[in-house]
Write a protein that binds this ligand. Structure first.
Ligand SMILES: NC(=O)c1ccc[n+]([C@@H]2O[C@H](COP(=O)([O-])OP(=O)(O)OC[C@H]3O[C@@H](n4cnc5c(N)ncnc54)[C@H](OP(=O)(O)O)[C@@H]3O)[C@@H](O)[C@H]2O)c1
Length: 344
């Protein structure tokens, strides 16, 4: 049992897009911690990162890095999570993993606290956060299903390049400069030019013609909403903006629900915001939502081809609610529920 009242936190991937925002949020909130350890690959070992009034030196993450950690956030790729998470769990820490390595494992809760906080109770050392497009979608669907059974969902995404990490942000930046200067572009993160274009492919293709990202949205939504038979399909598109993912969502409900009731159910939800009534020009944009904690919903209207259908537009900051903020909220909920092994 620990003496300190505050958790000792480690962030693996502290130099990456999500890791940096995780540290920013802890700093903005003046989060009470015993200690923060920052880890990345050997390439970043020795780098200094400013945290509040102190400077933290980044260390190379190894299996022995987590002896004094209560909570380990892993924000690197799946191979890093698969390699490091088991040793962090063995040393008694709670791992909150941002990647896809464990999301669909039966004994790993996949959590958006506003929707399924109590799933934290069944963790065996690892809790995953969903994909950054799944999180806002399930927040909206969870509210709608309080009004009526959901029969079918179709979602189309417009995903910012920061969803592919900091290298992708640089690729969009460089290609934009190149094109404006009439220079050749180079590509390494994406298979096609992203600057001044769109790519209707996020992650690799699966045998059924969907991409892995689309599968993630479908399967993760079913897991979080505890409904394996939910009818849902998705199309994921990469767009040339730096931050915030947007989604067009069409939902067929079992009952005919008035738009005003839908506005009210979204307006009263924790973590969801509307601008004005969420109708007509009261819509959110990525540039407006960047840096905000809540997901924003707008363009709420009846489906003109189905009187029991509803269409709307969601924008959320993929690095905040789509990743780092959701992970920190999971830590808060785990503390509240007494589910951090070394910290009760
Ligand atoms: N970006 C998003 O919107 C988003 C949303 C939800 C979930 N996620 C997930 O979050 C994770 C991180 O994404 P990101 O966008 O932050 O990626 P990123 O910007 O590419 O950052 C990757 C981080 O992983 C570190 N890393 C690489 N190899 C490592 C190793 N062997 N040991 C320890 N650390 C290592 C990197 O350190 P170096 O600097 O030393 O290379 C860097 O800090 C991914 O699993 C992603 O799927 C991302």
């Amino acid at each position: 049992m620990k003496n300190s009242n505050f958790p000792s936190i480690s962030i693996v991937g502290a130099t990456g897009a999500v890791g940096k925002i995780c540290l920013d949020i802890l700093n903005e909130r003046d989060y009470p911690v015993e200690k923060i350890n920052l880890f990345a690959s050997s390439r970043s070992a020795g780098k200094k990162i400013i945290y509040g009034s102190s400077e933290i030196i980044v260390k190379e993450a190894t299996k022995n890095s987590f002896e004094d950690s209560d909570v380990v956030f892993i924000s690197a790729d799946s191979s890093v999570s698969l390699n490091l998470a088991p040793s962090a769990v063995e040393s008694g820490a709670l791992v909150i993993d941002d990647g896809s390595a464990f999301r669909m494992k039966e004994d790993v809760p996949l959590v958006v606290p506003e929707v399924n906080e109590s799933d934290i109770n069944f963790h065996k050392g690892i809790i995953s956060i969903p994909n950054c497009t799944t999180t806002p979608l399930v927040m909206a669907l969870d509210r709608l299903r309080r009004l009526s059974k959901i029969n079918r969902i179709q979602a189309t995404t417009y995903q910012a390049v920061s969803g592919s990490g900091s290298m992708a942000v640089s690729e969009l930046h460089e290609q934009t400069k190149n094109i404006l200067n009439n220079e050749e572009i180079s590509k390494s993160v994406y298979p096609h030019q992203i600057a001044f274009s769109l790519i209707p492919q996020v992650d690799e293709f699966m045998p059924d013609g969907y991409t892995k990202e689309e599968h993630k949205m479908i399967n993760e939504t079913r897991k979080i909403l505890h409904d394996n038979n939910l009818k849902i399909s998705a199309t994921c598109v990469r767009v040339p903006i730096y931050y915030c993912h947007s989604e067009v969502v069409s939902v067929d409900l079992e009952d005919e629900i008035n738009v005003n009731e839908i506005i009210e159910v979204f307006r009263s939800a924790s973590g969801i915001k509307l601008i004005g009534d969420g109708l007509n020009e009261d819509y959110p944009t990525p540039s407006f939502v960047q840096g905000k904690d809540e997901i924003y919903i707008g363009r709420i209207r009846k489906d003109s081809s189905n009187q029991k259908g509803i269409n709307f537009w969601i924008v959320s900051d993929n690095l905040r609610k789509g990743a780092a903020l959701n992970a920190i909220q999971i830590m808060d909920s785990s503390i509240k529920l007494g589910k951090i092994p070394k910290f009760r």
